[in-house]
Design a protein around this ligand. Structure first.
Ligand SMILES: [Zn+2]
Length: 141
């Protein structure tokens, strides 16, 4: 198994009504971007179901310069009904994220958990909330 230094939370940058999952995101990444597989390792659907993306053993394609030693999780959503950046995730998604991160932290205790936007040089708001504050219980969710 490769070394995992970072567990990175992302969003799909889709509106609340977009009920998509791993299959749709895989299609964007493979057909539109020309990648060999979906870029994330896990996708959390609007109903809280967690879908498998790329195998954990393989580097993903989700954060420039840091794919080799990270895992990528994607929350479906991240935009409000007007298409603006917003952490309007469903309660089931927040619960699923917390469970999944707990499991991954057991498996990779050395890994840091952070959001895509926490990496230097990232201009996007992804995943549209402060992951570290949320984990510390100070977040907005
Ligand atoms: Zn991202």
């Amino acid at each position: 198994m490769r070394t995992i230094k970072n567990i990175v939370v992302h969003c799909s940058a889709t509106r609340p009504e977009a009920d998509i999952g791993a299959a749709e995101i895989r299609r964007w990444h493979v057909e539109d971007n020309g990648w060999r597989d979906v870029g994330y390792h896990y996708i959390i659907r609007r109903d809280g179901r967690v879908e498998a993306g790329r195998p954990v053993e393989q580097p993903g394609a989700h954060v420039a310069g840091h794919n080799a030693d990270s895992l990528g999780l994607c929350l479906v959503g991240g935009l409000d009904a007007n298409g603006r950046s917003a952490a309007e995730y469903a309660p089931a998604q927040w619960a699923a994220l917390r469970r999944l991160l707990g499991r991954l932290k057991e498996r990779f205790p050395e890994a840091d958990i952070l959001g895509h936007r926490d990496f230097p040089g990232v201009a996007k708001d992804c995943p549209c909330f402060d992951v570290r504050r949320w984990l510390a219980g100070e977040g907005n969710a």
